[in-house]
Design a protein around this ligand. Structure first.
Ligand code: UD1
Length: 429
């Protein structure tokens, strides 16, 4: 057993016996990165909010624990969460919940909007280099929030209502965009947010807020206009599919030379991801919400993958795609432009026989004829996904530990993969 904060983790590993072909269908679950801000948004609703397609993930559990700590009632039936925020009473998010995931910071905008005050500490999450929240805080301060930073704690209060205003982000931060939307939707007057993040999860949040009576326009573009309303009602909402989970399963198919069909995918969210698989020699066909992939026996290199804010190539897909590139006939180049330290998986991939050179933001991956199974450890969420993909494509047994990272973002991943023929099982170490 390993104890982190208040959570007790059973030491589990995934035993992956590779390489084996995958074949069949996998259903892609709802997007973690949408569900978390949507749960924060539900705090603003005066009547019940019903969220369908919420994945069963530890990060979602953490968000539910935050809601309950604040006094909300949350009911789960399968993948549906019903949130009643009429009983909201607390304004403090305990440190252990803030530390568990970085996106707990999106609760700030919603809590101060609803209660006029909030107390919380700096957030935790995957260690991908410095992950400041200066953009969040500067934007909220501009809206009238007083924030006192004291020994790692943030004491926030606003006399009266937050005020809408023009806000320009120096970088299109996803979390800061969400925080501003949540703070502004019930603020006094209009907020014009420039250089906003354009990710599909931002559009999902805007759709939810509007269905609850908010007035948000321009989501998906660089300028979002939010006209403050007095209060929000509730609504029923379907969370969008997880585009990073989809990309991970595509990478698994590619690394194993397999044919796979993904259900519940929105291909319009994968516009710069799918061409990378085609470049590697995979055939893709989409029909409605299904996406079919057939990978060749040997992959071609992927040339040049540069992560960028949406609609660019997503930083979250960099790691699993790198794992696939390890098995290509030739050299692939990766440039990580979003996070400073997002190549921790490279060292673990090298334990499996990958040839990777990392220099700053650049990683050069020289494909090898075969990877060979070994014990490896997930360094973070998407790094864990990369090792999963590599383990499926490697010869022999890979024992993947550090599963608490993987479980933050992939629901029952071993069951999904075993259902399409992978030789994979979870064991207690
Ligand atoms: C979200 C996603 C995460 C994804 C990332 C980039 C969620 C729950 N997480 O994270 O999976 O990898 O977008 O697509 O949705 N930055 C600052 N100051 C700030 C905020 C951000 O300097 O106040 C920097 C960060 O350090 C990073 C970059 O901006 O270098 C992008 O961060 P951001 O878009 O905010 O990512 P998250 O919202 O944390």
């Amino acid at each position: 057993m390993e104890i982190t904060g208040e959570r007790v983790l059973t030491l589990e590993v995934l035993r992956i016996q590779g390489p084996g072909k995958l074949s069949g269908e996998i259903s892609v679950h709802g997007a973690k990165n949408s569900t978390l801000p949507l749960l924060a948004a539900s705090l603003l609703c005066k009547s019940e909010a019903v969220l369908h397609n919420c994945p069963l993930l530890s990060d979602v559990d953490t968000a539910v624990r935050i809601l309950r700590t604040l006094g909300c009632r949350v009911r789960r039936e399968g993948h549906t969460l019903t949130i009643d925020s009429s009983t909201l009473s607390g304004d403090e998010i305990p440190e252990n919940l803030m530390r568990e995931m970085r996106s707990s910071i999106v609760f700030l905008g919603a809590v101060v909007s609803r209660l006029g005050k909030a107390r919380l500490s700096f957030p935790g999450g995957c260690e991908l280099g410095p992950r400041p929240i200066d953009l969040h805080l500067a934007a909220l301060r501009k809206m009238g929030l007083h924030i006192r930073e004291d020994h790692g704690c943030l004491e926030c209060s606003v006399p009266g209502r937050l005020r809408g205003c023009p806000i320009s982000l120096s970088f299109p931060s996803v979390g800061a965009t969400e925080n501003v939307m949540l703070a502004a939707v019930c603020a006094e007057g209009s907020t014009i947010l420039s250089n906003a993040a354009r990710e599909p999860e931002i559009c999902d949040l805007a759709d939810f807020l509007n269905a609850c009576g908010g007035r948000v326009s321009g989501a998906g573009e660089s300028e979002i206009v939010i006209q403050g309303v007095e209060s929000l009602g509730g609504c029923e909402h379907q969370v969008i599919p997880d585009r990073i989970v989809a990309a991970t399963y595509l990478a698994a198919a590619a690394a194993t030379g397999s044919e796979l069909t993904l259900r519940h995918v929105d291909c319009s969210h994968l516009q710069l991801v799918l061409p990378v698989f085609e470049e590697a020699g995979c055939s893709l066909r989409s029909q409605g919400k299904s996406l079919w992939i057939q990978a060749p026996e040997r992959l071609r290199p992927v040339g040049n993958v540069r992560t960028m804010p949406y609609p660019g190539f997503p930083t979250d897909a960099q790691a699993p795609v790198m794992a696939m590139a390890c098995l290509a006939d030739g050299t692939s180049l990766f440039v990580e432009n979003i996070f400073e330290s997002r190549y921790k998986h490279a060292g673990e991939l090298m334990r499996l026989g990958a040839r990777i050179k990392v220099e700053g933001r650049v990683a050069v991956v020289e494909g090898v004829p075969a990877l060979s199974g070994a014990p490896v450890q997930a360094p973070d969420l998407r790094g864990g996904a990369a090792l999963l993909v590599a383990g499926l494509g490697a010869q022999g047994t890979t024992l993947l530990s550090g599963l608490h990272h993987l479980d933050r973002g992939y629901e029952a991943v071993e069951k999904a993969l075993a259902s399409v023929g992978a030789d994979i099982r979870r064991e207690t170490a």
